[in-house]
Structure formats: C-alpha cells, structure tokens
Design a protein around this ligand. Structure first.
Ligand code: ZN
Ligand code: FE
Length: 256
C-alpha cells in the first residue's frame, strides 16, 4: 500500500511523500526545499530512498542535492532532461515501469509546460503525480512546449480512470476557479465545485488532490472539445487544439 503525505512549501507548492508500507521505501515528489521534507521524514521515522522529479523547474528540483547528500536517496527524472535535473540517477521515459516496493508506478510523458515534463501514475493506488501539467481546474503555462503538445498531454491524463486522484504541484485552484467561472458562470457542476473550493480555502485547507472525474467534468482545459464550452467561446466546431490554445491565451491574460 502507498501512503501519501502532502507537504505545503513555499507560497503555493506541494511536495508529496510516498511511503510504501511493505518495503519501507519512501519517495519525495518534486522536493522544492529540503527542511520541511526532512522534518516530515524525521517525525514519521521514514528514511528517504527516492526522489521523483516531474520537470526541471527550480521549485520542483531545488532540494535534490541537499536531500541526496543527507539521505543517499536515488533521483529519478526524465531521460531527455538529464542535464537539467540535479543529481539524476535513473533516467526514465514514456511507459517505463517504476518498481517501488510492492507498488508499481508508470511514467507518462506529458510535455507542454516544459519539453521534458513527466507524470508518475500509480494505478493500484488511484494516484497520479502530474507536477505542473494538470492543475485542479487549470493547467500549466506553456513555457517550452506548444499548445498541441500540451493538449495531447492533457488528453493522455484525462484518459486515466475517473477515480484517479490528481496530485498536482501547486495550490492554484481558487484563481483557476475564477477563470473557469468567467467562461461558464452558470454551469452547475462548476458552480458547485467553485463553492467547495472557496469553502476549503477559507478554512486554510488544501483543494488538492481532486479526482480525474471532477477535472474532466469541470476543468475548462480538459474540455476544449466540449461543444458547450466551445459555444461559450464562439468557437463551436473548431479543432480542440485551437480551442485549447485560446483558453490558455485567455488565462495568461486573466486578472481575476
Ligand atoms: Zn514548473
Ligand atoms: Fe512549479
């Protein structure tokens, strides 16, 4: 069984600890900074054995070197980004299995935010760690990739089972909800979800993880091929990638 601990760090990042109970293996997903991770490990008496990086941005790899030197853990990251991921030991790519004790992870290449972005999918645990590709009600900015790459990546993620919990790397949900509502102010599933998000944030609680079912229903970036949203944008019948590009462009300029 995989135990998953969520550690809020910096202003809005989430680092995750994955603990495989049978083997005692423990991984940190996208450790931005070392101290909160070390403190959490110490309080649980877990020894860090792995780092799983989704992409090369500093707020995802910042603690690689420090954690590696403190714990001797192994760093896993995308093969094509081996020069941009500090301390990388295991180079992985699309479809590769990650044996993590009794848990099996699967690597998904999801470029768009960066050229070499990957996600880690643990099917038996209903969990995907998708970094800055898919957010709750949003998606990552296109820093290095194209709209076509990002749309393909989002389609790959939305094909995962609806029960999959979406462990993204940032708490951006409230501002994402405002943008989504600006497009579809009277879409009942979105209104309901936005209310839940507001209530959670008011109490200082995380809105992450969500589920893939919630995201496919309410996340505009996963619905670029939905006629209802296309009509709202005045883009009915246009290619999904063009609609996605328009959504991303609007979000980049949105001041909610
Ligand atoms: Zn990033
Ligand atoms: Fe980030």
């Amino acid at each position: 069984m995989l135990e998953i601990i969520q550690i809020p760090v910096l202003s809005d990042n989430y680092v995750y600890l994955l603990h495989e109970t049978a083997s005692g293996l423990t991984a940190a997903v996208d450790p931005a900074v070392p101290e909160p991770v070390l403190a959490e490990l110490e309080s649980r008496e877990w020894r860090l054995t792995h780092i799983f990086n989704t992409h090369h941005h500093w707020d995802h790899i910042g603690a690689n070197e420090a954690l590696k030197s403190r714990t001797g853990c192994q760093v896993v990251g995308f093969r094509g980004d081996s020069r941009r991921i500090p301390g990388i030991d295991h180079l992985v790519n699309e479809g590769m299995a990650i044996e993590f004790g009794a848990s099996l992870g699967r690597v998904l290449e999801v470029p768009g935010h960066t050229r070499g972005h990957i996600a880690y999918w643990f099917e038996a645990s209903d969990a995907v760690f998708c970094g800055d590709t898919l957010f709750a009600l949003g998606c990552g900015r296109l820093f290095e990739g194209t709209a076509q790459q990002m749309w393909n990546s989002l389609c790959k993620l939305r094909a995962l089972p609806k029960a999959t919990r979406v462990y993204c790397a940032h708490e951006y949900t409230l501002s994402n909800a405002r943008f989504a509502l600006s497009l579809e102010p009277d879409y009942p599933p979105l209104l309901n979800r936005a209310k839940q998000v507001e209530a959670l944030r008011r109490e200082g609680k995380p809105t992450v993880p969500s589920t893939m079912g919630e995201e496919t229903l309410t996340n505009p970036f996963l619905r670029a091929d939905d006629p209802q949203l296309q009509r709202r944008l005045g883009m009915k019948g246009e290619p999904a990638v063009a609609v996605f590009a328009e959504l991303r462009h609007r979000k980049d300029r949105f001041r909610g």
